[in-house]
Every structure is written in structure tokens, then in C-alpha cells.
Design a protein around this ligand. Structure first.
Ligand code: GLY
Length: 342
């Protein structure tokens, strides 16, 4: 078990990689408990849940809306959940995002923690305090940054994930290798088969490395004014693909990283061989490397991205495998690049 502390100005979050879910009661304060989960997670693990008010969502992005948040507020009021209560999110990125959002806004904020059940959320989404919901398909447009008290990442829970969802989590793992950790990138090239097979030791090592990297980046830049932006490598494209084509996040990030790497080549930052390396690694994890839909309207969505600043958009590009940079690109230039892809 590896414990990583994420210290921010108003909280210390304990990230516990390898902590068994069945120990959850040891981490809960002596408070009234609300558990937010989804139907899939409940089906597999419900019998081990501690007692509390249980709110079970439908799996998928359709639950990450203001409408569902409003329904949950109603249930909390109906059950007289007060400021002394604790909210536990048990699920993947979507459940953690909405549970954290509810905990951060209901009665102006309750304490909360997560049991993170997907690879994608164990390495990225559940760590770092980004909580929010989508607005009419625009990803994470409404939300807050507020840290949970703990995040439990139990890799044995990944055994019950559908195989494609497991693969999707590796898009975020490869992202860390590409943006800040060339050694992790090499490691994944060497150990992709064990990782795909769910080898416990390799998996725990990978999750531990990613969680540690995420904590250090968030500690240095919680509010995303600098280095944290690097974690958005591939995400500006990805959010448009998710909105326009309903592509799952990990797959959209995979394609988005290839396109951002292509732009990095265009600007003379990396070589075509670097892009081939990235493409080969993504393919080893059975992730897509091409957008199989029309690029029409992709720019329209991308220009509403949170990284836009007036006439420019902050794109995360690669300077090398293992080193990302933020580049402010003129929107008109960016539009021409997207038009070239059509
Ligand atoms: N998922 C990117 C971040 O937390 O900053």
C-alpha cells in the first residue's frame, strides 16, 4: 500500500493506492453518511457498502448534469442531511465528479471522500479536486475545485471493469508518460502486456506513479494557472469528440493526443518518429488513434473550451516524449489546422 499526501491551502487529501475497499469504514468519520454510486458499481460492491443514505445513479455521462444534481439536492433535503454529514463517492470519474460537486455545493460544502473504481479515475479523475457537471454536452463547464479528504484506489476493483473501459484508463496513464515522465513511457512500452493482463504488481506500480505525479502537479498549481494545464494534453480535442460523437473519454483523449502530437510536429517541436512511438503505444493498449467521424463542428466546440483566452487557445503540445509545453495558438491558425483535417 502506498499513501500519498496531497497538501493544498485548505486541506490534506490522503491518496491510498492499494488500500482494500473493504477497509473503507476505517476512513469514515463518525458522521451521518451519504453514498453516491452508480448501478454497475452497486451491483458488484453494494453488499460491502457501509450503512448510509444510498443514491444510485445510472452509469454514464447522462448522469453528470445539473438536472441530476438538482434531484440529488432534493434527496439530501428530504433526508435532512446537514453540514455534519459526510459524502462518499464510490465509482469512476463520473460518479466522483458529481459526488464531489454535490459535496462542495450543498449547504455550501460538506466533507467528502472517494473510493475510485475505474483505472481512469484512479490515475486521474478522482485526484486533484476537480468536481463538476457537464452543461448541454459541454464537458465540465460548471464546477469547483475542492479537495476530498481521501481517495482510495483499490486495483482489485478493476477486475470487474468491462475490458474496453479498462483499456480506456491507459490513455490517461500514457498521457503522464508523454507529458512529464519519459521513464514511465519506456516502462509502458516494455510492460504493456502485463499491464493489459492486469498483473497486480505492475498495475499498482503504474497507478502509484501516476497518482504521485498528479498529486505533485496539483500541489504546485491547484487552481490550474500553470503546470496543471499540462494534464489537459489531448483534452481540448477530446472534449469536442465527446460532445459531438459521444466518444468515451479515454478513447477521445487517445485520438486527441495524436492530433496534438501532430501539431507539435507541424511546429517543429518533435519528430514524426516521436508521434509513431506514441501511436504504437496507444495501439498496444487497443486505443483508437483516428477520429472516425466528421470534423465538421469540431472547431465550433473547441473554441468554447476552458483554455480559450480571447483570440488564442492554450494548446498542450510536446517538446519531446516526456516533456509537454503550453502554446498559445491564434484561433484563426487553429481553425485552419482543423479545416485541413476535414
Ligand atoms: N484531469 C486533469 C486535472 O485534474 O487537472
Amino acid at each position: 500500500m502506498k499513501e500519498i499526501l496531497l497538501n493544498t491551502s485548505d486541506n490534506t487529501c490522503r491518496v491510498l493506492v492499494g488500500e482494500p475497499f473493504k477497509n473503507i469504514r476505517n476512513f469514515l468519520p463518525d458522521k451521518k453518511l451519504v453514498i453516491i454510486t452508480d448501478e454497475n458499481v452497486h451491483k458488484h460492491y453494494g453488499e460491502f457498502f457501509p450503512d448510509g443514505l444510498l443514491i444510485t445513479l445510472k452509469p454514464g455521462e447522462s448522469s453528470k448534469t445539473l438536472g441530476i444534481a438538482s434531484d440529488i439536492y432534493g434527496k439530501l433535503i428530504q433526508h435532512e442531511i446537514d453540514r455534519k454529514s459526510f459524502i462518499l463517492g464510490v465509482g469512476g470519474g463520473i460518479v466522483c465528479d458529481i459526488a464531489g460537486y454535490i459535496a462542495s455545493t450543498y449547504l455550501r460544502g460538506l466533507s467528502f471522500g472517494f473510493v475510485s473504481t475505474s483505472l481512469l479515475s484512479q490515475v486521474d479523475a478522482s485526484i486533484g479536486g476537480k468536481n463538476g457537471v457537464n452543461y448541454e454536452g459541454y464537458k465540465n463547464m460548471v464546477g469547483v475545485i475542492r479537495q476530498p479528504d481521501f481517495v482510495i484506489c483499490d486495483p482489485t476493483m478493476l477486475n470487474t471493469l468491462p475490458v474496453e473501459e479498462y483499456h480506456r484508463g491507459f490513455a490517461e496513464v500514457i498521457k503522464y508518460g508523454a507529458i512529464v515522465d519519459a521513464e514511465l513511457f519506456d516502462f509502458l512500452e516494455k510492460h504493456h502486456q502485463e499491464a493489459l493482463d492486469g498483473d497486480k504488481g505492475i498495475l499498482e506500480e503504474i497507478i502509484g506513479i501516476c497518482a504521485e505525479t498528479k498529486c505533485r502537479i496539483v500541489e504546485g498549481d491547484e487552481k490550474e494557472t500553470g503546470e496543471r494545464k499540462l494534464l489537459n494534453f489531448g483534452h481540448t480535442f477530446a472534449h469536442a469528440f465527446e460532445k459531438n460523437a459521444g466518444m468515451p473519454h479515454g478513447e477521445a483523449v487517445s485520438v486527441g493526443m495524436i492530433l496534438a502530437a501532430g501539431i507539435s510536429v507541424k511546429l517543429g517541436k518533435i519528430s514524426l518518429q516521436d508521434v509513431d512511438r506514441l501511436r504504437d503505444l496507444l495501439k498496444k493498449f487497443q486505443l483508437p488513434v483516428e477520429y472516425p467521424h466528421s470534423f465538421d463542428d469540431v472547431f465550433e466546440v473547441m473554441k468554447r473550451d476552458k483554455k480559450r483566452d480571447g483570440d488564442t487557445i492554450g494548446l498542450i503540445l510536446l517538446d519531446a516524449i516526456g516533456r509537454a509545453v503550453i502554446s498559445d495558438i491564434q484561433l484563426s491558425t487553429f481553425k485552419n489546422w482543423i479545416d485541413d483535417l476535414r
